[in-house]
Structures are given as C-alpha cells and as structure tokens.
Design a protein around this ligand. Structure first.
Ligand SMILES: C=C(O[C@@H]1C=C(C(=O)O)C=C[C@H]1O)C(=O)O
Length: 254
C-alpha cells in the first residue's frame, strides 16, 4: 500500500492490498518452482563459508537482510526480518511513515513460524525433487517467497487496527478481557476467506499455465499446483494472519 494512504485507511483498501499481494506470492512460488529442491542449499556442511556457520540459505538471507536493513527496508512497518538480532542500522534518510499502528505492533514478528512452515511443509510440496546445482538462485527465490508470505501475514496488524477503529465498542470489552475466542469471532469473515482461497487457486492456474501459440496449450498443466497454493492459504497464510490480528488486538489497549 502506498506510503501516504495509511492515515485514512479503510478495510476495503487493506483488502485490496492483500489481493494485490496474492499476485506476488503466486509469482514467487512459480519462480521458485523453476528449480528442484536442491538440498545442498540447506545443508550446513555444503557451504563451509569462511567466518560463517550455517547453510548457504541462512548465509544468503542474513547477508541480504543486512544490506536491506542499511537501505532502510525495515524502517517500513510492513516489513519484518527473519533474523532481526544484530541487524545494522539504516544508512539512508529516515522516511517518517504515518503512525497508524499501536506501538505494541513492533513486538510482533512471527517469522520463525513462517520459516518453519515454508521449509518443512510448503517447499517439499511444490518443487520437484533433485539437484541442478543452482544453489544461489534457489536461495534467492526462497527468500522472495519468504518475504512475500511474511509481508502478507504481518499485514494482519493493519487489518486488526482498521477493524478496531471501525468497531471499537465491540472490540474493547474482548480486549480488556483478553478474550481470544471472542476476538477471533469478531475478526473472522468466512465469506472473505472462501473468496481468497478460490481466487489464489485461479491465479495459480492463470499465471502458471503453459502458454503455446496455435493450440490452446496443455489443459490442466500448471507450473505450481493450484490446490497447493489454495492449501497454503487455507492451512497457513489465513490462520497465521488471524494469529497476527489477535496478537495485535490483545496489545491494542496497552
Ligand atoms: C484479513 C482479514 O481478516 C481475516 C483473515 C482473512 C485472510 O487472511 O484472508 C480473511 C478474512 C478474515 O477472516 C479480513 O477481514 O480481510
């Protein structure tokens, strides 16, 4: 969402941004699926990088996040690092982002959960087994997927703030009671969730189809299985977004 809009943000505008972020997530999965699993990327014994202990993937993510921190990426409240400890300070002029969120939002970062989900559940489900030795590109594609999914899930903070402002009289008692169950019921819109799951499957079919001139291409052959994309949202993206919404709301009156 453009920087200037946060002051008078509506739920419709936030949802429009979530819809646009679906494109980024689907495309990032398609681009990662160009490579097989490439296990050495994740094997600490493969890399043996001087002065670094860990896998090539971890090296790539930590180094990239350090550069992006210096460029100011994490001054943006919509961005969350996977390795927040010891990140270098920004070296660029500070942009004053509109202060829309409650300060407690700063303490919410569930990227450890997202990391585990991505590498243990999602990745093996949508890439082919095998090794083409493109480990650096594989790591780069993984990070693009991680960052897109993380941004979408942590957008739950803005969703929660807008819902709170729209219906403060309903949310305040549940927040004061620290009542997760009632908060979950207040913030859940099943119809919206169902539309999201259907739309991301359709985007995976549309963006991931084999396009051939002449005939109408291979029906039913996609770069990433649309059911896997829809399942990602159903099992992880939507539940974790709601978790972020609840975590934010529980702190909203602090
Ligand atoms: C993000 C929202 O909050 C909840 C989470 C949703 C999601 O992650 O797609 C959709 C609807 C709600 O149940 C919203 O209301 O738009």
């Amino acid at each position: 969402m453009a920087k200037a809009e946060h002051n008078n943000v509506t739920l419709g505008m936030v949802r429009d941004s979530l819809i646009r972020q679906e494109d980024t997530i689907v495309y990032s999965l398609i681009e990662r699926a160009r490579f097989p699993l490439n296990p050495p990327t994740y094997d600490p014994s493969y890399a043996s990088i001087p002065g670094f202990s860990g896998s090539l993937l971890e090296f790539f993510v930590k180094q990239t996040e350090a550069v992006q921190a210096k460029a100011g990426r994490y001054d943006n409240p919509e961005e969350h690092p996977f390795f927040p400890d010891n990140l270098p300070p920004s070296l660029v002029p500070h942009y004053k982002y509109p202060e829309v969120l409650h300060p407690a939002a700063m303490s919410i970062n569930i990227n450890k959960l997202i990391w585990d989900m991505y590498f243990n559940k999602l990745l093996p489900s949508f890439v082919s087994p095998g090794d083409d030795e493109n480990y650096a590109l594989t790591a780069a594609r993984d990070l693009e997927c991680l960052q897109a999914i993380s941004r979408r899930i942590h957008y739950g903070k803005l969703v929660a703030e807008v819902k709170f402002r729209d219906e403060r009289k309903d949310y305040e008692p549940a927040i004061r009671a620290q009542d997760r169950f009632t908060l979950t019921n207040l913030l859940t819109f099943t119809n919206v969730e169902e539309a999201v799951k259907k739309r991301v499957a359709k985007k995976a079919m549309t963006f991931g189809q084999e396009v051939k001139l002449g005939d109408d291409g291979d029906k039913g052959k996609y770069k990433v299985d649309p059911a896997i994309v829809s399942g990602l949202y159903a099992d992880w993206v939507i539940p974790l977004t709601k978790e972020v919404e609840i975590d934010y709301l529980l702190r909203r009156l602090n």
